[in-house]
Ligand binder design. Sequence first.
Ligand code: GDP
Ligand code: GDP
Length: 452
Amino acid sequence: MSFTIAIVGRPNVGKSTLFNRLAGKRLALVDDQPGLTRDRREAEARIGPYDVTLIDTAGLEPGDEGLTPRMRDQTEAAIAQADLVLFLIDARAGVVSADEIFADLVRGSGKPVLLAANKCEGRAAEPGVYDAYRLGLGEPMPVSAEHALGIDLVGEAIEEAYRKYREGEVIVEGAHDEEELEHPMRVAIVGRPNVGKSTLVNALLGEERMITGPEAGITRDAIAVELEWDGKPLRLFDTAGLRRKMKVEEKAEELSVGDALRAIRFAEVVVLLLDAEQPFEKQDLQIADLIEREGRGLVIAINKWDLVPDKDERLEELREACLRLLPQIKGLNIVPVSAKTKRGLGKLMDAIFTAYGLWNRRLPTRALNQWLGAVVDAHPPPAVSGRRIKLRYMTQANARPPTFIVFCSRPKAVPQSYERYLVNALREAFEMPGVPIRMHLRKGANPYAGQD
Ligand code: GDP
Ligand code: GDP
């Protein structure tokens, strides 16, 4: 069975038209009137270098409104059979409630999904493309199936999804945040050798050690232990276990970047463990930077706090040092702990859960745009070559980490300092200290606005 793509969406958004475009032949019926009965259609198609199977999930009954049981069954069957769902909306109509119902079906399936906003020829489609972001299925690709616009981009996205599928790292873009929150949170403790990672892992595990062993399905040799904290399940990357497994008898002088990366990629939240007596060494800063670049939630824990004489004074110094040395992640939480005496573990876990919550956060579009209006008024972007840059609209494209897209007149002309200003102001306004925030500047959402 070749890689199978189901084109899914409510009636009349243009699924069959897109199916025909992708299949390259006029295989499915297309009609102006919603309400034409059709069967599910399949076609073999070639996308780039790959042979794929396309499924068109049309098939509504005359007079049907919304989602009938038959449509639901058919759509669900197609999704179940698919390796990839291509979800389509009508950008001229915007997101309507039936789109949301269909989007829920797709999300519930956990299948990888691409989102396309159809009927994008012309300006009328622009608001609908913005609207599509709130389906939470990732970034919409503007297309016009009828006018053959954007079809190449859809093809490229399919190729990319196919490659990921083949590599076995299927990314579930549209999975429900709530569902993801039910999974054990994945935490890694990283730091230089001898800062106390194994001692901390053991202290956290205490008597609660439940399962130890290689984890299927994460990475082949990642070793995780599971525990519960206040009734919440979490999965801890066991650095010591990894070391045991690799039969490294003597501790390395340096933490290998490969090991750190493995732990960071495993985790959703990373605890960077520092030694109170030698905090913020060059290597510590490099690891912090790596965590930020990988977009993970970050908590800094200062270990061996039992050895520190003037604790209040020292903590104040460390907070200042953190702000100065890691300006890219403002508001990072610093938690003093002693793995040896088991002090501060509760506060550390609180900080981890807080970082996780913020990392998963989704901000409402309306609040974001109100905020954008206000920050731009307070501090407008500079004029470049005599012309002001206009920031038009903003939306959150993704969580984990929070990722935002700002649409503006000339994205390339916006200075980096202004981007930093926006990120920091956003972090402050929506209280997201210490969270890596991604912000992308884009020209209008619809490149085909001038085509009608
Ligand atoms: P389906 O029910 O989702 O399969 O939708 P169809 O493919 O049957 O298309 C429904 C209607 O939308 C038809 O009238 C198509 O001609 C029209 N349509 C499809 N693609 C486009 C497009 O890119 N632009 C415009 N303006 N109309 C389109
Ligand atoms: P790892 O290499 O980061 O896993 O570090 P270990 O957990 O093996 O600890 C290195 C050394 O630091 C050991 O001698 C530990 O006993 C000691 N150590 C770990 N945590 C603490 C702590 O909170 N206080 C003190 N005083 N020593 C600690």
